[in-house]
Design a protein around this ligand. Structure first.
Ligand code: HAM
Length: 432
């Protein structure tokens, strides 16, 4: 093809038989479940622009993070501003919160988004340059119950979507003071091993040593296995917060593993961090993750309010649904496919089509005068439940024959009973 799609992005088409996870009916299903759960947990939707000032991400996600230093789609607009396609959703929500003074509207804000994110990563299965996240952010609550509620929401979402065999990892990365002490201890431990670390981690040693802890490189993993644990550096207050979080998770019977190596790749976290992985996803196995980021809002010029949140990738959710053969709805299909023969029948069928749709019965009709065999084949392809061939004979007799496509079963009914027959239980829609 002359202008193929760029690497790392993809189309979502109605039904993709080669790559089923790119089928829009599956996306609609997942988004429907997300919206239901957001409502159940009291979250309201927020939508922010696709791009922001570059500085917003540099200050929040961190200049030395991979996301900001290597992966942002940054450009200058015609006014000379440096803008970036959003690589993640938390910073834009903070910016919008400050801009709209949402704290003056309600003391606690629980916000969610379903949005695309852009990261120039090495494109591979499970890792895309435009991906989609369901994110939830709570502003105004510092207690560990809040972190537990977010983790619970995430786990219930996965359960409602039929996912299994997931692992929840939690950790506490402390407050600024405990992290500083830990950072030094970690650097001291890693210094003698510096040359044995992967090239990436050698660079990180100076700028962001904590990131070495969750490196996927085998050499790094062997070295960090014996590194000091952040959990030994927590202040009493932070340790209590973490213990309470575990207590709340136990109360809800949510299984978890404490992983002191979990630090996550964005700079704004403190105290709680968490991640849910699915073995079936292979190397890109993080299904969702998040944590607490108490200082971020004030650092960006807003009120000093505690915050906590998560993001979960929709591509990876759908891939896991399919990998695990979790139940999925079938793509939408018409209940009835009308096939008129002749001009008189066409008029009647067209009016009937309108009535059926008004009553909320999904219906389609052959407009193109194709041969009957071809039309029936098409009706089969789009999985119409019934077909109805209607011509002068049926109109004269005011009697029609409904054919059930799956079984071939035919049923004669009076034309006037068609709507009632197809939709016995549905009430008519209220028209405004
Ligand atoms: P994150 O861990 O960078 O966190 O991304 C969240 C999720 O998005 C990941 O667990 C993964 O499922 C998905 N994801 C990330 N990058 C890609 C990619 N290139 N391709 C496909 N899926 C991807 C955040 O973005 C934070 N803003 C989450 C958060 C919200 N923390 C607090 N509030």
């Amino acid at each position: 093809m002359k202008d193929p799609i760029p690497p790392g992005v993809f189309d979502i088409i109605p039904v993709d038989s080669q790559d089923p996870w790119k089928s829009s009916y599956l996306w609609a299903h997942v988004e429907r479940v997300i919206r239901e759960i957001a409502r159940d947990y009291g979250f309201q939707e927020i939508r922010t622009p696709l791009f922001e000032r570059t500085e917003l991400f540099q200050r929040s996600v961190g200049k030395t993070s991979d996301i900001v230093s290597k992966e942002m789609y940054t450009f200058e607009d015609k006014g000379g501003r440096s803008l970036s396609l959003r690589p993640e959703g938390t910073a834009p929500v903070m910016r919008a919160f400050i801009e709209h003074r949402l704290d003056q509207i309600a003391p606690v804000q629980k916000l969610f988004y379903i949005a695309s994110m852009f990261r120039y990563e090495r494109a591979q299965a499970g890792r895309y340059r435009q991906h989609h996240q369901f994110g939830a952010e709570v502003i105004g609550i510092s207690s560990p119950e809040q972190d537990a509620e977010l983790i619970d929401l995430l786990c219930v979402l996965y359960r409602r979507l039929g996912l299994q065999h997931l692992t929840l990892f939690i950790n506490s990365i402390g407050d600024t003071a405990s992290r500083q002490a830990f950072r030094q201890a970690l650097k001291d431990y890693l210094a003698p091993h510096a040359t044995a670390l992967s090239p990436d981690s050698q660079t990180r040693l100076e700028v962001n040593p904590l990131r070495i802890l969750d490196s996927k490189d085998r050499r790094d993993r062997e070295i960090v296995a014996h590194a000091p644990s952040i959990l030994d550096f927590l202040s009493e207050e932070v340790r209590g917060h973490f213990e309470d979080l575990k207590r709340w998770l136990d109360l809800l019977r949510i299984p978890y593993q404490v992983n002191p190596l979990l630090v996550r790749g964005l700079d704004y976290y403190n105290k709680t961090v968490f991640e849910v992985t699915a073995g079936a996803l292979g190397a890109q196995n993080s299904l969702g993750g998040g944590g607490r980021y108490d200082g971020l809002l004030s650092m960006l010029g807003g009120p000093d309010l505690p915050c906590s949140g998560f993001g979960t990738g929709i591509e990876r959710i759908i891939q896991t649904i399919l990998n695990q053969n979790a139940p999925i709805p079938s793509p939408d299909h018409p209940t009835l496919f009308l096939i008129p023969l002749g001009e008189r029948a066409k008029e009647v069928a067209f009016e009937m089509l309108h009535t059926l749709r008004e009553k909320g019965i999904p219906s389609q009709m052959e407009f193109g005068n194709k041969k009957l065999g071809k039309t029936l084949h098409y009706a089969n392809q789009i999985r119409a439940t019934y077909t109805l061939v209607i011509g002068d004979h049926e109109l004269d007799a005011q009697e029609i024959e409904l054919k059930e496509m799956a079984t071939g079963h035919k049923e004669k009914i009076p034309l006037s009973e068609l709507v009632a027959r197809l939709n016995p239980q549905k009430k008519p829609t209220n028209h405004v």
